[in-house]
Write a protein that binds this ligand. Structure first.
Ligand code: CTP
Length: 424
């Protein structure tokens, strides 16, 4: 990264503002310069003194500073930046940007700039999931603003879900990506279909590694009915698959997400198809072809009931009913043999022991290109299955990489970045 890059960092008001301090340290360490703008509510969480000391630059807090206006006017402040980063970006700040409101220094700069803008949202889960925020995110992306997907997990407010600020290392990686244009930025920037080829058109100056690619993702468990009230299932929450679908859409792909029964919101820009059983999932996967990349994250039930009772099976006082099982189709292995096999076929493996060894065996058995193996051992409730974090082994034809415990959204971002490199 060239040493001459200038970042203008806008710090909004939220508990995640403290992470901006670490981000400044990382930006400086990379050789870039950083100048901070602190909003009035941001100043409730971090002080200008902290930011000035870390950035080694004056911190700007108000539009109405005579001194600032004579030395460096707010327009100039926005123009000297190679990239404007809003971290954390609050729901309020994002909403103002959508409306073109300029009622403080941060929003005025954002309206006046012609530099690329990266927004890193952080907010309460319900605020993030609110239709107004989702509408605003979609609008900002179509206006050419890059918006990172927040992490999911326990929140400072005691709730749980998506809305946490990504780790400063992730934001830093995104900054480097935005500036270098080598890998993914998270703007959708869809300007509507291109009249020439019907494909989505994108803002011209933003490189996204999976632009123009169709990525097919399966996620969640399958439910295999036994009778009208009972079914066979597993503990998969669908979170890892949904995070991957979100990261792929952020990277510019057209994404089809075939989801088993889970209670998760559909990530922005993703086409979701809901299914119940393995047989339905296989059909939906075949219907979605052709795809450039398929990532089979679903924990498909290996067996289903041989026959399904039309009525609830009753206890009849004698021996318990016998459940006869039949094997489900292996969707991943079937896709590997399919005449429209995706160029990059990635399986997941849930293992409780000998992770790498079993993953390598699965890679060969299922004829896929990579296996992402996770360790699902551990007590119920603390295991990866249903949890927020994941630690994975990525097994490819050429070797194995180990990613130690990371939030599932971060695993998703790294996997999508790796896929982008592979396709390049
Ligand atoms: N998979 C699939 N169809 C199935 C079973 C699994 O497509 N009927 C896919 C999963 O989506 C995952 C990979 O195969 O990408 C591995 O799943 P896993 O459950 O770990 O492996 P199994 O094939 O079920 O092997 P085993 O249970 O013996 O470990």
């Amino acid at each position: 990264m060239a040493v001459s890059k200038h970042i203008l960092l806008i710090i909004g008001g939220g508990i995640a503002a403290y992470k901006a301090a670490e981000l400044i340290r990382l930006i400086k360490k990379s050789g870039m310069t950083v100048r901070c703008v602190l909003t009035e509510s941001g100043a409730q969480f971090v002080t200008p003194m902290t930011l000035a000391a870390l950035s080694e630059n004056e911190v700007h807090t108000t539009l109405w500073s005579l001194k600032d206006e004579t030395e460096m006017g707010h327009i100039q402040l926005s123009r000297e930046a190679d990239l404007i980063v809003i971290c954390p970006a609050t729901a309020n700040l994002l909403a103002k940007m959508v409306g073109g409101i300029a009622d403080d220094l941060a929003t005025t700069l954002l309206l006046a700039t012609d530099a690329p803008v990266l927004a890193v949202p952080a907010m309460n889960v319900r605020m993030w999931q609110h239709a107004a925020t989702q509408r605003n995110i979609a609008q900002l992306r179509s206006d050419g603003i890059m918006v990172m997907h927040p992490d999911e997990g326990d929140m400072a407010c005691g709730e749980y879900g998506p809305g946490r600020l990504p780790e400063p290392e992730s934001v830093m990686r995104e900054i480097v990506n935005c500036l270098s244009g080598e890998t993914g930025v998270h703007g959708q920037n869809e300007l509507g279909p291109n009249p020439l080829d019907g494909q989505p058109a994108f803002a011209p100056n933003q490189h996204r590694p999976l632009r123009g690619k169709h990525v097919l993702v399966t996620a969640g468990p399958t439910h295999e009915p036994i009778d009208p009230v009972r079914y066979i299932a597993n503990r998969s929450s669908g979170r890892q698959g949904f995070a991957i679908a979100a990261a792929a859409a952020d990277a510019g792909a057209r994404v089809t997400l075939v989801a088993g029964p889970v209670h998760l919101p559909t990530p922005a820009g993703v086409m979701r198809i809901d299914v119940e059983t393995a047989v339905e999932m296989e059909q939906a996967v075949h219907d979605a072809l052709p795809a450039d990349v398929a990532i089979m994250v679903a924990a498909v039930a290996d067996w289903r009931a041989d026959s399904q009772s039309g009525q609830k099976i009753k206890k009849d006082g004698a021996a318990p009913a016998t459940l006869k099982l039949t094997e489900n189709p292996d969707i991943l292995a079937g896709l590997a043999r399919h005449e429209q096999r995706p160029a990059l076929l990635i399986g997941f493996a849930a293992e409780t022991e000998k992770i790498a060894e079993h993953a390598k065996a699965k890679l060969e058995k299922k004829s896929c290109d990579w296996i992402v193996a996770n360790d699902v051992s551990g007590p119920i409730g603390e295991s990866v299955m249903g949890g927020t974090d994941n630690s994975v082994h990525i097994v490819t034809g050429t070797g194995t990489e180990i990613w130690e415990r990371l939030p599932k959204m971060e695993v998703a971002r790294r996997l999508i970045a790796k896929i982008g490199e592979e396709l390049a």
